[in-house]
Ligand binder design. Sequence first.
Ligand SMILES: [Zn+2]
Length: 266
Amino acid sequence: MLGTHRSAADATQVHEHYLKGTVFCGQCGSRLIVCNAKSSQGTIYPYFVCASRHGGRGDCTRQAMLIEQVERLIERFYAKVQIDPETIEAVSAMIHARFDEMMAEGAAELADLASRRAQLGGEQQKLLQAHYAGAIPLDLLKREQDRITASLETIEYRITAHHGHYADARENLEDSLSLLSNAADIYERADDPNRRLLNQALFKTIYIDEDNDVRVGYHNPYDGLSIPGLHADALSWAAKAKKMGQTDPATKGGPLVASSHLTRLG
Ligand SMILES: [Zn+2]
């Protein structure tokens, strides 16, 4: 009975372990919580145990895991998280080329918006001239000008958003790829609080399986960027691009777009 109380007290002592809240039972999906076991020599071993099993709920049979061992498993898993430079470059080039295609597809809409903007500007001029000529009373002029100004603002917003959207997306892509290209090195050198931050940035969940396999649920956009199929696609895309000289091949499902100036940004 005393033992039960002690382990509860010890658990609260180390409850700030940097993996807490990030690691989950691979068998039932419950959180892993910290418990301490004391050997007959009095040495204390901190363990992760499945919260569901520990609380006597459900029928999970996951064995307790030494915390130190879980730490090592995750350190080793980071070798799989880190993407090699060649693949990073290929993924970056391919996705930037896709952005180029998407922007080109939006170009027609942008042209429409620009000509609508010019048209509204013309209407504004005519309206003023009509007012000065005494053909339009002031209140009507004001109403019409408000209408035109509102339309122009909407158009400006959409044009700016179109450019901003892709600029942000490209910047996010580069930031994310930069992290994935160094993840293992960063994690290895990081102190506990920074390890916690890195884990939280990359993963929704880290499952520790019975056979000590580590499975993770990535956060967006790391989930998409970590799909092995994407890496293979990007490498073959890049190989094709190289074969074709300076011309980029079309990415899947899109037209060929000259984009070398953008793909070199990464
Ligand atoms: Zn469990």
